[in-house]
Ligand binder design. Sequence first.
Ligand SMILES: NC(=O)c1ccc[n+]([C@@H]2O[C@H](COP(=O)([O-])OP(=O)(O)OC[C@H]3O[C@@H](n4cnc5c(N)ncnc54)[C@H](OP(=O)(O)O)[C@@H]3O)[C@@H](O)[C@H]2O)c1
Length: 324
Amino acid sequence: MFHRMGCGASLDSRDIDQLNVVVFGATGMIGGAVIRSLLRTGPKFKVKAVTRTPTSDAARQLAEDGVIIATADLNDSRSLERALNGTSCVFLSTHYWEHLNKDKEIHQGMNAVDACVACDVQHIIFLGAENSKRVTGKDCGYLEAKAAIEEYIVEKSAPGQGYTLNYTFLRLPFLYENLLSLFKPHLVKPDVYALALPLDDTSIECMSINDVGRCVYTIITRPKQYLNKTIRISADRLTVQQMADILTKQIEDKRFVCPKIRTKDYENFEFKGASDLAAMFEFYQVSEHGGDMKLTKKLYGSVSPFDKWVHDNKEKFLDILKEE
Ligand SMILES: NC(=O)c1ccc[n+]([C@@H]2O[C@H](COP(=O)([O-])OP(=O)(O)OC[C@H]3O[C@@H](n4cnc5c(N)ncnc54)[C@H](OP(=O)(O)O)[C@@H]3O)[C@@H](O)[C@H]2O)c1
């Protein structure tokens, strides 16, 4: 059973036993980390995971871990309302890379927000983004869609509409795990690997996915001071050269280098979404909004700096380097 938190219940006095949390993207990397952080302290409150495919290995594992599985699709409003029925708090992430369509992502986000309103959800935590086009003038569907969804949430959470919807916008930095997937080091000659990030000498904010999950845990369970705010989290700030130096130091017998790549060249790389990523990196280089490391530590006191994370993930690096 998934019980409803009383309609008049105040978020100031959120009783952890009465929390009903729905996590989108739960079978993926970030939603998965949020779920792990919620389960870490034991079954204190109800956690539901949204998936389109309840028979997938990831969904079955979540069910085994005690998570309630809700079959729903961001394209299908009725399925969303069924999933959100009786929910007090929603962690929402929307997904661009599956379709590379900004309008589709906006539509999916709006469907989820409308379902939150219909189901009287009190708090939505959204993985948002700044509208990078307003800063760089370059199209970046990936960030623009999230910025548009944020605007829709602000509109829908305005007071005086007969319901109370609070939001927290979470702006993520570059994730360390990107170096194990999308931006994994490429072999250039025996035992020498290149980090191909078009960032010149700009340092960027970064953080591990698990620590994102831990920060979200605090926002979900102690929301008062984070309501209706935009929060930029970060655990470290590094140039690509510094990342390469740390990897070289930590991973024996391998050397990491960072070739100079201009965003102008990166946007012509032959893979889908290259121009979005080039625009994202350009935005990273000029954005004036840095992550708030002090606030991040308040959300989770033991966030890992990059060197500790590399130390803890050496085996994973060695595995992906073997595939090169
Ligand atoms: N800052 C960074 O460096 C960074 C890095 C990576 C990602 N991100 C952002 O973080 C968010 C999460 O990314 P991720 O890497 O965790 O995702 P991921 O691992 O690729 O997983 C995608 C998730 O989205 C769900 N999903 C996709 N389409 C859906 C739909 N139509 N309806 C319901 N669920 C749907 C999938 O669920 P099922 O397949 O089970 O239905 C899956 O759980 C995204 O917004 C991404 O852009 C940021």
